[in-house]
Design a protein around this ligand. Structure first.
Ligand code: ZN
Length: 177
């Protein structure tokens, strides 16, 4: 999870932020994929703003890199570690990649699909089951996101924007808030 946190921090440190345009920086979410032996196979962070790609969540970018590394789409036996509870898209991708284990940090009460709003990976109607470990270093993972949104609020005095998450831990995957 420390590696995933380092990746998340890299998202927040995008060039856009350095130039003072924090509103175009990517929400700091990081993901790491471990192979069955526990070695880091892929690491990625949210690149939605950087790539202008609505699907470039950390998990998706990491899954694509891991699949490329193993030379196929099946990631059985692999573990995905991510700092924020996956959304519906990412939970779906985790199931489709046959990833065996998901470890996540902060819960996402606004968009989480692995226990908060939905529980895609443990839905008995689906054939694939992924073991889920939630809340690992949740405090650190959540703090990174809260700091990011707090900083963004301060750099944006524009009044008529969608309300960003408050400081009570209501975080949002991909920064849709
Ligand atoms: Zn996602």
């Amino acid at each position: 999870m420390r590696e995933a946190l380092a990746e998340a921090a890299a998202a927040g440190a995008a060039p856009a932020e350095q130039a003072g345009h924090l509103e175009t920086a990517d929400v700091p979410v990081g993901a790491v994929i471990l192979d069955p032996g526990g070695a880091v196979l892929a690491r990625a962070h949210n690149r939605r703003e950087a790539d202008g790609d609505p699907t470039a969540h950390a998990e998706i970018v990491a899954i694509r890199a891991a699949a490329q590394a193993v030379g196929g789409w099946r990631l059985d036996g692999h573990t995905l570690v991510v700092t924020l509870e996956p959304c519906t898209m990412c939970a779906g991708a985790i199931a489709l990649a046959r990833i065996s284990r998901l470890v996540y940090g902060a819960a996402d009460p606004k968009a989480g699909a692995v226990g908060s709003l939905w529980d895609v990976l443990r839905d008995r109607r689906l054939p694939h089951r992924t073991e889920v470990v939630a809340g690992v270093l949740a405090e650190d993972c959540g703090a990174l996101l809260r700091d990011f949104f707090a900083q963004r609020r301060h750099s944006q005095p524009v009044p008529h924007r969608p309300t960003p998450p408050d400081d009570s831990g209501r975080l949002s995957c991909g920064g849709v808030a």
